[in-house]
Design a binder for this molecule. Structure first.
Ligand SMILES: [Zn+2]
Length: 126
C-alpha cells in the first residue's frame, strides 16, 4: 500500500515538474517574441530611443534609432538601386544580415498571429 502511495506521489511530482517546465518554455517563447516590439527601443540594436517623439516606423517597418534607420534605408537603396557601397562595411554579408533579420522579424509577426501562439499565451501566461 505504501508503494502505491509513493508511486502516486512520484507521478504527481513529475506532472508538476512537466507543468513548471512548460510554463518556463512558454515564458521564454513570449519573451523572445516581445523583443523588437517596444516602441521606445530600437527594434534592430535594442538601444533606448530618446528622440521625442520616437522616429516613426514609416517608411521602415519597425521602430529604429537614427543610425539603424539610416542603415536600413541604405540597405533598401542597395536592394532597389544597386550602386557602390555607401560604407566599407556594406558588404554582401551586411546585406544578407539585413535580409535575414527582416525575414526573421516577419516570421515572428506571422507566428504571433497564429492560433497556436495565441493558445500558448492563453494557457501559460498568468
Ligand atoms: Zn538601433
Amino acid at each position: 500500500m505504501a508503494e502505491v502511495i509513493d508511486l502516486q506521489r512520484r507521478a504527481g511530482a513529475q506532472q508538476k515538474q512537466r507543468q513548471a517546465l512548460a510554463q518556463r518554455r512558454a515564458g521564454a517563447v513570449a519573451a523572445a517574441l516581445s523583443c523588437g516590439l517596444c516602441p521606445r527601443r530600437c527594434a534592430h540594436c535594442g538601444l533606448a530611443i530618446e528622440e521625442e517623439p520616437p522616429i516613426a516606423s514609416s517608411p521602415a517597418p519597425y521602430t529604429f534609432c537614427g543610425p539603424c534607420l539610416e542603415e536600413y534605408q541604405a540597405f533598401c537603396r542597395r536592394e532597389q538601386e544597386g550602386g557602390p557601397p555607401e560604407a566599407f562595411w556594406h558588404s554582401p554579408q551586411w546585406a544578407d544580415m539585413w535580409r535575414t533579420w527582416l525575414e526573421h522579424m516577419r516570421a515572428n509577426d506571422r507566428f504571433r498571429r497564429s492560433p497556436e501562439f495565441l493558445r500558448l499565451m492563453e494557457e501559460h501566461q498568468d
